[in-house]
Design a protein around this ligand. Structure first.
Ligand code: TYD
Ligand code: MG
Length: 452
């Protein structure tokens, strides 16, 4: 008889191997394999003919969808697509110490004032959480608080008709299912715990919010398995040294995925930032070279940020390229186009690029702002201080139109900018009454001339 043996499971993608290996063949991750006891085989009696017939129904016939539960934290509600959907599962990932517990305790407290909300922590004791609640000024909210890690107990408490409306599990890595041998935090445990919680949430109609820690390599332990299981995946990110925190939706079955919520970490907890542009531009020094204000879009919301560049002669044979908040491949492309199409020499120089405020930009629309900051740093000519810059750059040096130009212009005008360096607009007539001078650029070389 075959002996029940152990198996090796990749903690990054969940692939199973009979032998340990340094690298997972399925996802290419190194050092991600952990030994686990072999799982019991599926229950018997699943062969054909043993099942019950399911009922098929039509698409029509739904009663009105249950209302979403708004948390009262506007930035959080926006990112979730307008509030928490009953019966859904949300995963909030982020580095340790970024503020996940703080955000969720504030949200739970706010939800508890309008319904039943539970906060189950596997990381902190009840008194620690009470202390935190006092500091956050929500010490009197009727939150159902518990410190527990055994899934058996948690499920027994939640699987009843008077289950809370919202349950926060902080964090899913501390939970364990006692009929599995592997340690808490392994893929098997995380997956089994999440599965049971999600199943109970669907049956009882509560929203379950799972907190997930991100490992050093930037992944939620068992990331792929969890991301597929939940309805919504949010990431809470930000630079440790900065006070800004950004909540970003990366998957959402009930809303758009490009929305962000901006918070500021203060000594009284997380405070919503209604107008991020003002905050991101607060420390801006005007009239210095090597900086440009980019008029960007984050989801449906325009956000102005400052891009800073430093181009300096390099003491090394291989010059350094350091990028914070943007894609380094995209920087290489902008530099190559500047060299090839505009004759701007940067090959022997160290280049540093930084998006101020700790925001990460993914839009190609930032190309032109990056080019402006680079050229300005090189020539020492400041970008006009009342100008915003946006536009995508093509490989032949052309400046391409980007989406939502009117929204960007309106935000810039609102914050007192008088000028925009931007792509040519197709519909010249349709000008929505924005009081801003538009300098339309067709070629990148027109920008380098401006800053010469
Ligand atoms: P926390 O929510 O515990 O992070 P996570 O759950 O993501 O691990 O946040 C901890 C950090 O937040 C800690 O460094 C202290 C800081 N903090 C404040 O600055 N102000 C506050 O009011 C609170 C509660 C925390
Ligand atoms: Mg925490």
């Amino acid at each position: 008889m075959a002996k029940a043996s152990s198996r090796y499971v990749c903690q990054a993608c969940g692939a199973v191997y009979a032998r340990w290996a340094g690298k997972c063949d399925a996802c290419g991750e190194w050092n991600s394999m952990v030994e686990e006891a072999a799982e019991p085989v599926l229950p018997k009696g699943q062969k054909r003919g043993g099942g019950r017939h399911i009922d098929f129904v039509g698409l029509t016939g739904m009663s009105a969808p249950p209302p979403r539960r708004t948390t009262g934290i506007v930035e959080l509600d926006r990112v979730t697509g307008g509030g928490l959907v009953p019966g859904s599962a949300i995963l909030i990932g982020g580095d340790p110490g970024i503020g996940k517990s703080t955000l969720l305790l504030q949200a739970t407290a706010s939800l508890a004032r309008g319904g039943k909300a539970a906060y189950i922590s596997g990381e902190e004791s009840v008194d620690q959480i009470r202390l935190r609640a006092l500091r956050l000024n929500v010490g009197d909210a009727p939150v159902m608080l518990a410190s527990a890690t055994a899934m058996r107990d948690i499920l027994a408490s939640l699987d009843s008709a008077d289950a809370p409306d919202v349950v926060v599990i902080d964090s899913i890595q501390t939970m364990f299912v006692d009929n599995l041998d592997s340690a808490p935090g392994t893929v098997a445990q995380v997956r089994a715990s999440a599965q049971e919680l999600i199943r109970t949430a669907k049956r009882r109609g509560f929203t379950v919010v799972l907190v997930g820690h991100v490992t050093k390599e930037g992944m939620i332990a068992g990331p792929k398995v969890l991301e597929h299981m939940v309805d919504t995946v949010l990431y809470f990110e930000g630079e440790r040294g900065h006070q800004f925190r950004i909540l970003r939706a990366v998957k959402n079955r009930y809303g758009a995925t490009d929305e962000i919520g901006v918070f500021e970490m203060t000594d009284g907890g997380l405070v919503e930032v209604a107008n991020p542009s003002e905050l991101f531009l607060a420390d801006r020094r005007q009239d210095v070279s090597g900086a440009a204000v980019f008029a960007g879009m984050e989801g449906s919301r325009p956000v102005l940020v400052e891009v800073q560049a430093l181009v300096a002669p390099s003491p090394f044979s291989t010059p350094r390229r350091t990028v914070v908040g943007w894609d380094s491949g995209r920087l290489a492309m902008v530099m190559a186009v500047l060299e090839a199409r505009c004759g701007v020499e940067m090959a022997g120089a160290d280049v540093f690029l930084n998006v101020a405020g700790g925001l990460k930009i993914a839009e190609p629309a930032m190309d032109l702002a990056v080019a402006a900051a680079l050229v300005s740093s090189l020539t020492g000519v400041p970008v006009p201080k009342d100008a915003v810059v946006f536009g995508e750059i093509g490989l032949s040096g052309e400046v391409r139109a980007v989406s939502q130009m009117d929204t960007r212009l309106k935000e810039a005008a609102k914050l007192g900018f008088g000028r925009a360096l931007m792509p040519a607009r197709r519909k010249k007539a349709a000008k929505g009454g924005v009081d801003i001078e538009m300098t339309e650029l067709a070629q990148l070389s027109e920008l380098t001339l401006l800053l010469d």
